[in-house]
Design a protein around this ligand. Structure first.
Ligand code: COA
Length: 196
């Protein structure tokens, strides 16, 4: 045991009932393994697309395929250890359209806290409410896990900022020069929090 909290055991793919307004066939599932080739390829394509679109998600464009694979290998290991929740949105054809992660704090004094990471919606599917729906499901999952205080960070001035502001998140502060982006300049990061 590494002392990190383990969330409840789940089946290989805990399918959430489609939301009532999912008339477009979008489904959101909690994924616990990444060994399905189409799922894995879809997630790699999603990250590559986000980086190519200029998102500040830890990598510079063009995304090195080795770094992409290593990233998802690490997520697969964390999923196997029960250390995070990964929600995946798929379109009516089953293609990966978006994802988001919830990472519960392992600290003894922070069993009520979790971080939201890597909210990604494929550029072909943006502005259709998919991120909003992913976050609604993620908040429901956080509540189920007793994680009622959430936090996240996003690049100042980027698309994440208006998204979080318009969906109930509260700005906690700004970290100056927090990231070094592909343009060779330092950029500020905005911290957001939310009480469920
Ligand atoms: C940020 C992101 C996840 C939003 O996904 P999305 O599915 O397009 O967002 P939604 O359609 O649910 O948008 C909900 C609301 O957020 C706001 N919003 C979303 N994208 C916006 C943008 N580009 N500019 C301004 N407001 C935006 C709007 O208020 C929108 O409501 P509206 O469409 O009715 O006006 C998506 O642009 C993305 O994946 N970007 C790259 C990765 C990234 O930056 N992730 C966030 C930081 S980790």
């Amino acid at each position: 045991m590494d002392g990190r909290p383990r969330r409840r055991q789940a089946s290989a793919m805990d399918t959430h009932a489609p939301l009532p307004h999912a008339a477009d066939g979008l489904t959101i599932c909690s994924v616990t393994r990444l060994d399905e080739p189409a799922l894995r390829a879809g997630l790699e394509a999603l990250l590559e697309d986000a980086v190519a679109s200029g998102a500040s998600v830890g990598f510079h464009a063009p995304l090195d395929p080795t770094l992409n694979r290593a990233f998802w290998d690490e997520i697969a290991a964390d999923l196997a250890g029960g250390h995070l929740t990964l929600l995946v949105a798929r379109d009516a054809e089953g293609a990966v359209a978006g994802c988001v992660q919830l990472v519960p704090s392992p600290k003894q004094n922070a069993r009520h806290r979790a971080e939201v990471r890597k909210l990604l919606v494929h550029s072909a599917h943006r502005r259709r409410g998919i991120a909003r729906r992913l976050m609604e499901d993620l908040c429901a999952s956080a509540r189920e896990q007793g994680r009622i205080v959430l936090q996240l960070d996003t690049l100042a001035g980027d698309v994440g900022e208006p998204f979080y502001r318009s969906t109930g998140w509260i700005q906690a502060g700004v970290l100056p020069d927090h990231t070094l982006e592909a343009d060779g300049r330092y950029h500020d990061t905005v911290l957001f929090h939310r009480r469920l």
